[in-house]
Design a protein around this ligand. Structure first.
Ligand code: NAP
Length: 283
């Protein structure tokens, strides 16, 4: 392997340490303790793991945190009422509704009901729109975490060719906009793209598709910085990314491992969004 590993766990720990210091300052200077409310509907096993991790991180950095855990049978109106209560609660600075929601609930409507200034995930249309317009916005946690990883390895996107594989609203699209904001020349790929040809152009490659090892190592431009957002559980229980890791690591200059790359950054940036919401509160 020739690539250097990008240690997302270590970077995330540094981000959390920075946040912890800011929380102490906010408490001392303004008497404000950031509060994160997490809503987990029903019994999705993956959601339970994610929410437990988020609550633990919130407590470690000194936030107040609350988990609301309604039954899967909750109605749209009841869930909206819960969101409205949290919107009006001054102790709550960040609200996160864990996705996916049960099928009978309209996730878009629920996310849109969260006050944009309390939108800890950065998924609210107002925040997504402000990102598009280049205005200050609460940013989606995963792509924002990727930007921090690039910074940490000294990779300045300006003037570079960045290729984002995947165009979801929560990763691919905001990722492309954040890279564009940093003056990269950005290509966004999806199912109809000629992936080998596009990936071969990338100085910075971010892959978020959810298909194990879809991107082959042989496609990678020598010296590229490769960020693998994918998290896929194989039949043998092993967690793999969307990039063929061993072969890609022979060509890349830097690469994120899975697990231990992007994953820990998502939670760290969620804490940062909540901290910033608390810092804005009452100003
Ligand atoms: P998603 O909403 O399912 O979107 C997947 C995107 O990948 C779509 O744009 C789709 O293209 C594209 N795609 C799928 N198969 C493809 C193929 N064969 N060739 C080219 N493009 C293809 O997924 P997501 O929510 O963005 O998540 C992507 C992955 O990242 C998943 O593994 C997820 O678990 C992981 N993830 C990790 C974190 C973290 O914290 N580490 C956070 C979020 C997501 P079309 O638009 O054409 O359908």
């Amino acid at each position: 392997m020739t690539a250097q590993l990008i240690d997302g766990k270590a970077v995330a720990a540094r981000v959390r340490a920075e946040i912890k210091e800011e929380v102490a300052r906010l408490k001392a200077e303004r008497g404000i303790t950031p509060g994160l409310a997490v809503v987990r509907v029903g019994e999705d096993p993956a959601s339970k793991i994610y929410v437990t991790g988020k609550k633990k991180a919130a407590e470690e950095v000194g936030f107040n945190s609350w988990e609301h855990h309604p039954d899967a049978s909750i109605t749209q109106d009841e869930l909206l009422a819960l969101v409205h209560r949290l919107n009006e609660d001054p102790a709550v600075h960040g609200i996160l509704v864990q996705l996916p929601l049960p099928k009978h609930l309209d996730a878009d409507a629920i996310i849109s009901a969260v006050k944009p200034e309390k939108d800890a995930d950065g998924f609210h249309p107002m925040n997504a729109g402000n990102l598009l317009l280049g205005r200050p916005a609460t940013r989606a946690c995963t792509p924002w975490g990727v930007m921090r990883l690039l910074e940490e390895v000294g990779c300045n996107p300006a003037g570079k060719r960045a290729v984002v594989v995947g165009r979801s609203n929560i990763v691919g699209k905001p990722q492309a906009l954040m890279l564009l904001q940093k003056d990269a020349t950005v290509t966004v790929c999806h199912r109809k793209s000629d992936l080998p040809a596009e990936v071969a152009q990338a100085d910075i490659l971010v892959v978020a598709v959810g298909v194990p090892e879809l991107v082959k190592g042989a496609w990678i431009k020598p010296g590229a910085v490769v960020i693998d957002v994918g998290m896929n559980r194989k039949a043998d229980g092993k967690l793999v990314g969307d990039v063929e890791f061993a072969a890609a690591a022979e060509r890349a200059s830097f690469i994120t491992p899975v697990p231990g790359g992007v994953g820990p950054m998502t939670i760290a940036m969620l804490m940062k969004n909540t901290l910033e919401a608390a810092q804005r509160a009452g100003k």
